[in-house]
Design a protein around this ligand. Sequence first.
Ligand SMILES: [Fe+2]
Length: 280
Amino acid sequence: MTNSAVPSAPSFPCGSTEHTKLRHVPLRPFGRVVQASGGRGRIQDIPVEMVRRWTEESRVLVLRGFDLLDPLEFADYCRQWGEVLKWDDQEVIDLVIQENPKNYLFGSGDVPFHWDGAFVEANPRYFMFQCLDATPGVGGETVFSDTTQVYRDVNEELRERWSRISMTYSTEKVVHYGGEITERLVSQHPATGLPVLRFAEPLAPEKYKNPVHVKVNGVDESEADELLTTLAELVHRPEYCYDHDWRAGDIVLADNFSLIHGRNAFTGPTKRHLQRVEVI
Ligand SMILES: [Fe+2]
């Protein structure tokens, strides 16, 4: 995956909180950084509806120069956006790289594209991260692919084919998720009504701990492999992908319907510590 996390000019001042000026900087090919001057921003000082609008417009919103929240405050803040999803009774999940993980999410390898919440059938609308610590220059970027743009650019014939397809995903529960679900490939964004793709890449058992098996329904078995290959090739194209290179202090809000996401492998040891909350 390529790294497209380069802010592009021009930036423009837009909005302020009581004491802090906010500068909006577009990311490419999508996304936005909102930078608080002086590093003294407080997310609680911006109306939730405004942050929600920025997130929906940009799909990925990066807040920099804002205070991080303690876990209880973080969950309370997210609750203003909607119901917070619990994973085994936990609202805030700590994501750190482990030495001998049971699941690939906690290892240092790549994480293929997926959307969050598939195996709890809760369809989180947003996911929110804060980055407590990071190690620069060792990979591990979170990669977001904008499936609304992928769908927009394909021809009618492929759209028609995709409209008849559903996929059955199955995985064993070894950490906070697992089971079997069937989901239509083409779904609809709950706010914009735009078509989105619900697609998670298969995880081969020879490469990944906790593999995910994918069965394609609605096409001949002989066409299933080709369909998965085409889909995977499209969602990985650089024009649809924003790679987020984490910095300590980042708060990132993302649209879990428009986007699927994954992670590049780490190339060296990392002390990265993210906390994640999902909002239904
Ligand atoms: Fe995820």
